[in-house]
Design a binder for this molecule. Sequence first.
Ligand SMILES: *Cc1c(COP(=O)(O)O)cnc(C)c1O
Length: 395
Amino acid sequence: MSPREQGAAPLTARWRDVLMDTYGTPSLALVRGEGCTVWDESGRAYTDLTGGIAVNSLGHAHPAVVAAVGTQIARLGHVSNLFAAEPPVALAERLLRLSGRAGGRVFLANSGAEAAETAFKIARRTGRPQVVAAEGGFHGRTMGALALTGQPGKQAPFLPLPDGVRHVPFGDVDALRAAVTEETAAVFLEPVQGEAGVIPAPEGYLRAAREITRERGSLLVLDEVQTGIGRTGHWFAHQVEQDIDPDVVTLAKGLGGGLPLGATLAFGAAARLLGPGQHGSTFGGNPVSCAAALAVLDTIENEKLLPQVQRVGAVLREGIEGPRHPLVREVRGTGLLLAIELTEPTAAAIQSTAQEAGLLLNTIGPATLRLAPPLNLPEERAREVVGVLGAVLGG
Ligand SMILES: *Cc1c(COP(=O)(O)O)cnc(C)c1O
């Protein structure tokens, strides 16, 4: 018998009683998922456009991920980094191959924040004291990642943070040029600022950042935790434009297909700045998470999901933007990382109306909703979603 059948309180109430109140109590408890569909405690189905915040790249319970995880946990679940195992090695090889560049090295961890911490430690090892990041940028909640995060409200309760980080307006080339000096170890940027509201870097900005950092001898670190692994219809969002070649790339979210996994890729001199004993993670490179990631990468390739992401993303965007709903100011983003900017601060209300109508959305600002559905969202399903959303937004 489940706790529910034994007469226990609903999951959301139990959550509220025992989990720290860092997220607010969820309005919904989920018990099962398959593909782009999830079910709540009462058996009601929803189309999941949150994708676990851009994590469930293949949706829920994808057979390739289920098989990879099952096989690996039955064979060898965890070894620590005292020993080599096939999945982390194969994953590092694979990620470097996808980067299209030679001579890189990978550090495997468990989350986006840890990937950012790794990049921050690489930056410190240059011997230069300063780091430049973007206002509005988000790199995670641990102290180092929070220092990089350009959102004073999130930082304020936790001061003092690691020192030496300066924030500049995102997308402003002149401000970046003025801030980056010979004292700058690294520049941290997201190709699309996800948490800030799905704000793509203006065209040419990343290339300018590459030129400026190269001139000053600073590292360019691109946080692709949210944008990487197919989310924008490219393996990495920065590959849309040529010649950007970051020194460091951080990944997490969609990489493990729902399992906790982060990766920091570094190239050139940056790949050799962390030496023996200078960094580590007990769970980092866990074989089960890495096996899941390899299944994700195989599936994206075999099912040709990158062009599908671009196509289905366009269906959603045009379907939402096209009818000119008075409530929609604009649709931003790229591939299957989209935001609906409303004309009024009613995102939370729209999210709950959508939930009533069987669609799960993510509110990321008073007037901003995010869509980050599974990369394999079928085109037919996207058209259905557009119909339901149209009713929710227009009704
Ligand atoms: C989510 C996110 C992070 C933090 O990842 P966690 O796994 O929550 O630590 C860092 N950077 C970006 C761009 C993100 O979207």
